[in-house]
Design a protein around this ligand. Structure first.
Ligand SMILES: Cc1cc2nc3c(=O)[nH]c(=O)nc-3n(C[C@H](O)[C@H](O)[C@H](O)COP(=O)(O)OP(=O)(O)OC[C@H]3O[C@@H](n4cnc5c(N)ncnc54)[C@H](O)[C@@H]3O)c2cc1C
Length: 412
């Protein structure tokens, strides 16, 4: 009987396996994919992520210190930071590098096997695949977005999500990350072009409905504009959680990463938060295994800790995301024009609050800006009234009656 079975070999599962194996626990990781880490993902991670979870430099395609944002009315704004804010990396190899180190530390990997059922009992947990049933003292569910195993374990499902879709394309003239906004490309969200290897880029978008159809149209626009020459890998679609599970633990089980909804709701980026939350899994589960107390009460410490770290960011990000979805194309264009005219974009990108991974302070600063609150007044007068408080979740809760605090608490 293993100490831990980890379901899912993404960033969350592999880093959990690595940490627990290093502590001397016996760990088995099960994933239905043969190729570890190979799910639709652009692989853009912030510098903070790479300094905390280092990468072999040969896996970094590009370091990005600038991005080009294109408004719905085709106003193009160049955001230039003084130093690189993020890197575009070989996501599959980066994720696999955690698995390699976990295996070197003693973790066992079973690939090509789908977990169908997880049943905790008084003495352990039964984990069943198509072929076998395994026993362990505990399970870490790191199975990514939309896993039915979460609901099966009585932990519900993430309350909101968006669809992401991405294709790999050939191009010869794209050097910077490009972000496009507007109903025409990605209603309520955004689309992107991210250059990877020379002559290649990943083109994708997030939106609530008909994501593949929107991407097909966007690819056609890029082709007509001479920006891309051909599609090298057909589009793949995947879900992205926008809000976390209410409960991420029960007796003998913890849920982490996309499965728990630990994703930046502003951008849909989840690699860094998955890795951070998996560190907390290692700490809490490591202690519970050693003290042989795998009760829900003992494991609840995991939720307390990850909420302390992430919940305000998740709330503020979700509020900003919902607000953005209410904006018309004209309002988005006006906001961008205002921000460029009064230099707000430069102040923000080079301010000490600016961070690729932590967005609440910048969101607060944007909400407090007089030009921005002028536009917000058009969207909802109540929202503009609350904007100067810079408590974004509070502002949104007041302005949008259907808004429900996902975590049932304010993090401050
Ligand atoms: C189009 C797109 C682009 C993205 N771009 C970025 C980006 O640039 N930067 C960023 O930070 N984030 C990005 N993300 C989000 C990021 O990919 C995820 O947040 C991150 O991979 C979450 O890691 P995870 O370990 O929780 O889950 P995953 O990486 O999804 O891993 C879960 C693993 O569990 C396995 N699994 C699932 N069910 C079972 C089962 N029943 N049995 C066995 N195995 C199972 C899966 O095969 C998978 O390997 C993007 C997402 C999408 C959709």
């Amino acid at each position: 009987m293993d100490d831990v079975i980890v379901v899912g070999a993404g960033p969350a599962g592999n880093n959990t396996a690595l940490g627990l194996a290093k502590l001397g626990h016996s760990v088995t990781v099960i994933d239905w994919r043969q190729n570890i880490g190979d799910k639709p993902c652009t692989g853009i991670v912030g510098q903070e992520c790479l300094s905390k979870f280092p990468i072999d430099p040969s896996l970094v395609y590009r370091r990005a210190s600038s991005a080009n944002v294109v408004s719905p009315e085709d106003l193009s704004v160049q955001l230039d930071a003084k130093s690189p804010q993020a890197s575009i990396v070989d996501r599959v190899a980066y994720v696999a590098s955690f698995a390699d180190r976990a295996q070197a530390a003693g973790a066992r990997y079973l690939l090509g096997q789908r977990v169908l059922q997880i049943v905790p009992d008084d003495d352990g947990v039964s984990v069943s695949t198509e072929d076998s049933t395994f026993r362990s003292r505990s399970v870490v569910l790191a199975a990514g977005f939309g896993s039915p195993l979460v609901r099966q374990l009585g932990l519900g499902s993430v309350p909101d999500h968006v669809s992401g879709v991405q294709a790999m394309v050939a191009t010869d003239n794209i050097e910077d990350v490009e972000v496009y906004l507007g109903q025409n490309v990605a209603p309520g969200f955004f689309s992107w072009v991210a250059p990877t290897l020379p002559g290649r880029a990943l083109v994708g978008l997030l939106t609530r409905r008909k994501a593949p159809a929107h991407l097909a149209k966007f690819l056609q626009q890029l082709r007509h504009a001479g920006r891309i020459t051909e599609v090298l890998k057909e589009p793949e679609c995947w879900g992205i959680p926008l809000r976390p599970l209410k409960r991420t633990y029960r007796d003998r089980v913890l849920v982490v990463g996309d499965a728990a909804g630990q994703v930046k709701p502003t951008t849909g980026g989840g690699i860094f938060y998955s890795l951070l939350a998996s560190e907390i899994v290692v700490e809490v589960l490591g202690q519970s295994l050693t003290s042989n107390d795998l009760s829900a009460a003992s494991l609840s410490e995991y939720q307390t800790e990850w909420k302390n770290l992430l919940s305000y960011e998740l709330e503020a990000g979700y509020s900003a995301r919902r607000l953005f979805e209410f904006l018309t194309d004209h309002q988005i264009s006006t906001l961008i024009r205002q921000a460029t005219t009064n230099g707000l974009h430069e102040q923000l990108i080079n301010s000490s609050e600016s961070s690729f991974d932590w967005h609440s302070q910048v969101i607060g600063k944007i909400m407090c800006n007089p030009a921005v609150s002028g536009v917000l007044r058009l969207v909802n007068p109540l929202l503009a009234k609350f904007a100067p408080t810079s408590d974004v979740p509070l502002a949104l809760a007041a302005a949008i009656p259907s808004y429900v605090d996902p975590l049932g608490q304010r993090a401050h």
